[in-house]
Design a binder for this molecule. Structure first.
Ligand code: FES
Length: 132
């Protein structure tokens, strides 16, 4: 658009541009046990049970995974777009359990109070049941 406006003789002093991008993807380190006999750290296979009630799927969320990642790994489809807690596309109802949710405005306080979470930026703290 900028090039087209310049070519058309538009007064570029009146041209304004904004750009948006997703924040850097958060690296979630795998959990590690203390060094064993061989002095090598070994990954812990920590997992939290997640039930996707509408799909009748029982899954396990590995440490550091989001509810969305767990759903995808289990063949459960939750629509998603931005995947960083902004758009609200991945909003699902949490029937039970607790999550750590780090969103960027894609959900309102009253929706959280009503039991909704954003699957893309929620990690289970306890066993979960999700309406998906
Ligand atoms: S996909 Fe956009 S908020 Fe989750």
């Amino acid at each position: 658009v900028r090039q087209m406006l310049e070519a058309a003789g538009f007064d570029m002093a009146r041209y304004h541009q904004e750009s948006f991008a997703a924040p850097a993807v958060e690296e979630v380190p795998a959990p590690f046990a203390l060094p064993g006999d061989g002095g090598v750290e070994t990954p812990i296979e920590a997992a939290t049970p997640v039930r996707f009630s509408l799909s009748d799927v029982d899954a396990e969320c590995l440490a550091g995974q989001t509810v969305l990642q767990t759903a995808r790994a289990s063949g459960v489809r939750i629509p998603a777009a931005c995947e960083f807690g902004l758009c609200g596309t991945c909003k699902v109802r949490k029937v039970s359990g607790e999550v750590a949710m780090s969103h960027n405005g894609g959900i309102l306080d009253h929706e959280i109070d009503d039991g909704f979470i954003l699957a893309c930026c929620s990690r289970p703290l306890t066993r979960l049941e999700i309406e998906a």
